[in-house]
Design a protein around this ligand. Structure first.
Ligand SMILES: [Zn+2]
Ligand SMILES: [Zn+2]
Length: 317
């Protein structure tokens, strides 16, 4: 256990050094990880932060007033099995795999990639496995039926399949994938703008704890499950926090439906702070005021127990 703790402490230190002070790292229950933990590799919405066509954000980043946020991704590490997995293949995948490598420097770059859906922030990082970049060999990529067909039948993704850079592992909704004695993954369908693929969230079950990952969903009321009940059944719930509230972007927000943070917190208003603290907001659009750690609205929610994902954080499973 001590060794595990030191591994985490050392990697926190290394990761911490590469980040600005805004991402000051904190570990959640390191002693309880049992060698299995999640590492947050990115928290931004698909378009990242700074965002295209936003000179102000680029200037602020270059002046050190804002930090760059990578696109939403979680790493899953099993130190005993010496395996590491990636949730989402984002445009920032090369750097995110490097952060994962810092956890376990095994010969395999990644032991599996789990995709949620075919929107740009969630799968286009696969391009780096192809002939123009890594030219990888049979990286296991877990995909739902429509997602699998989409990759197999549309270039340039089909070339990754034809050249066997990736090896698609079919998944079924609500069907458990056993990665090891300690790790089980279950995809489940969620309502979203499914132009090219279905959309899933994941239940990630470790030896001690369970995490939920729902980076994209249209609105909670469109889902047949209750988000409050689902959160109560797990230890951590990384959930869609694209926007804070209505009117945040200068175009009809009904074109890009997501549960606003203020809608989500309204659903939890009668819950205890222990329940609220299971909620870890993630997938922030560049417009979301909660990206600013000192924003009064964010501070007020943190006081109630809610958490906001930070790059480099670890959550023991
Ligand atoms: Zn997204
Ligand atoms: Zn999406």
């Amino acid at each position: 256990m001590n060794l595990r703790f030191s591994i985490i402490a050392v990697s926190l230190f290394i990761f911490g050094c590469s980040q600005s002070s805004k991402t000051s790292q904190k570990t959640v229950d390191p002693q309880e990880t049992d060698g299995v933990y999640i590492k947050v590799l990115g928290i931004a919405q698909d378009g990242g932060m700074p965002h295209i066509n936003n000179s102000k954000e680029f200037e602020a980043v270059s002046q050190g007033k804002l930090i760059q946020e990578r696109v939403v991704s979680l790493g899953l590490i099993d130190t005993d099995a010496q395996k590491k997995y990636l949730f989402e293949a984002t445009p920032d995948l090369p750097e995110q795999l490097y952060f994962l490598h810092q956890e376990i420097a095994s010969n395999t770059i990644v032991d599996g990639v789990f995709l949620t859906h075919a929107h740009i922030g969630h799968y286009t990082g696969l391009m780096h496995f192809g002939r123009e970049a890594m030219g990888s060999k049979a990286i296991p990529v877990y995909a739902m039926p429509r997602m699998k067909t989409f990759l197999e039948t549309n270039g340039p993704w089909s070339q990754l399949v034809d050249l066997e850079n990736i090896n698609i592992r079919p998944m079924q909704a609500d069907s458990i994938i056993t990665l090891s004695r300690k790790l089980k993954i279950t995809p489940f369908l969620v309502p979203h703008r499914d132009e090219f693929s279905e959309t899933v969230g994941y239940r990630i079950e470790g030896p001690e704890k369970i995490a939920l990952l729902i980076p994209d969903i249209d609105k909670w009321f469109k889902w047949e499950r209750s988000i409050v009940a689902e959160v109560k059944n797990v230890d951590y719930a990384f959930i869609d926090a694209t926007f804070f509230s209505e009117g945040e972007i200068p175009r009809p927000m009904s074109e890009v439906p997501h549960p606003f943070i203020d809608e989500t917190t309204a659903l939890f208003k009668n819950e205890t702070s222990a329940v609220k603290s299971k909620v870890i907001f993630i997938h922030f659009n560049h417009s979301n005021p909660a990206l600013n750690e000192q924003h009064p609205k964010r501070l007020a929610l943190e006081k109630e127990g809610y958490r906001f994902a930070r790059q480099g954080e670890m959550y023991g499973l």
